[in-house]
Design a protein around this ligand. Structure first.
Ligand code: ADP
Ligand code: MG
Length: 145
């Protein structure tokens, strides 16, 4: 699966997030990449909305991970922007979070995952095209393909 879309406002990016939630509804990892202001948090708001989360807590600024309880599983919003070291990834328990296949995980700044990048994941790249224009590329990455 490979999908490329140009969005021209935040709502369109949010909608794309809502649609993309379907790929991970029963568990999975969405790895988001791209610079500040690219739309990663906006996209994550859409994912959260589709999962029935009423309000995503504003981008976890000091908290790197936020957990939301769903009916059958859990949703984790991870923002590695302020991450200092790979040790910190261990400290926040990300390996454990990623090892449970029923968890739904969205990771902003996945560039920083290093060795912890999961083999099976969906990569979402955000490119700034113009003030309100973003190019968003979604690609399924699987060990078995
Ligand atoms: P990031 O998490 O990647 O740093 P955010 O989602 O927090 O990015 O911020 C994106 C900013 O760009 C928001 O202020 C949003 O309103 C604005 N914006 C303008 N056009 C778009 C678009 N097409 N998609 C997403 N955000 C957009
Ligand atoms: Mg963000």
């Amino acid at each position: 699966m490979m999908e490329e879309k140009i969005t021209t406002n935040g709502d369109e990016t949010r909608q794309l997030g809502e649609q993309s939630a379907e790929y991970v509804r029963t568990g999975g990892v969405l790895c988001l990449y791209g610079d500040l202001g690219g739309g990663k948090t906006t996209f994550t708001q859409g994912v959260a909305k589709a999962l029935g989360i009423k309000k995503l807590v504003p981008s976890p600024t000091f908290l790197i991970v936020r957990t939301y309880d769903l009916q059958d599983n859990k949703f984790y919003h991870v923002d590695l922007y302020r991450l200092q070291s790979e040790q910190e990834i261990e400290d926040i328990g990300l390996p454990e979070i990623l090892s449970d296949p029923t968890n739904i995980v969205v990771i902003e700044w996945s560039e920083k995952l290093g060795n912890l990048l999961p083999n099976d994941r969906i990569d979402v790249h955000f490119e700034y095209v113009g003030e309100d224009k973003r190019k968003i590329t979604i690609k399924n990455i699987s060990e078995h393909s």
